[in-house]
Design a protein around this ligand. Structure first.
Ligand code: ZN
Length: 143
């Protein structure tokens, strides 16, 4: 049995004290594949470092998490595109809409979600969606 964890932020600094042991434990329990959703431009380095440590098991995705979409959304999207053009990722994520934490950048969230879905289609990749207090809007955008 090869279990797949489709969404694990294992590169987070919350796990700095025992990350390799934790990943080893997961692999030994049959979780052979762990998909890593990106958060923003600052998390890419740690995510790719974890991939380098476990290249057969930890597979990075590229995207901007909706809570981290800010006024500079166009710059953020340019970074996502640059990375998608530069190397292989296993999906575009995590992307979506979050109206629970903060709606300050609501319009930018829509812009980022639509744009990153377009990139997923262009690069023929699946998407990993984050949706909170935004189910109807997320479904409408994906449609
Ligand atoms: Zn997540």
């Amino acid at each position: 049995m090869n279990w797949i964890d489709t969404h694990a932020h294992l590169y987070s600094d919350n796990f700095d004290s025992d990350r390799p042991a934790m990943v080893d434990r997961a692999i030994r329990q049959g979780v052979g594949t762990m998909l890593l959703p990106n958060i923003d431009e600052d998390s890419i380095g740690a995510m790719l470092a974890l991939e380098a440590a476990f290249p057969e098991h930890c597979l990075p995705m590229m995207g901007i998490h909706p809570v981290y979409v800010k006024e500079n959304v166009e710059e953020q999207l340019a970074i996502v595109r640059k990375w998608l053009e530069a190397r292989k990722f296993w999906g575009v994520g995590e992307i979506g809409l979050d109206f629970y934490w903060d709606q300050t950048f609501r319009e930018q969230q829509f812009r980022a979600f639509r744009s990153q879905i377009s990139m997923a289609l262009e690069f023929d990749l699946p998407i990993a969606i984050h949706s909170r207090e935004a189910t109807r809007a997320c479904i409408d955008v994906v449609k």
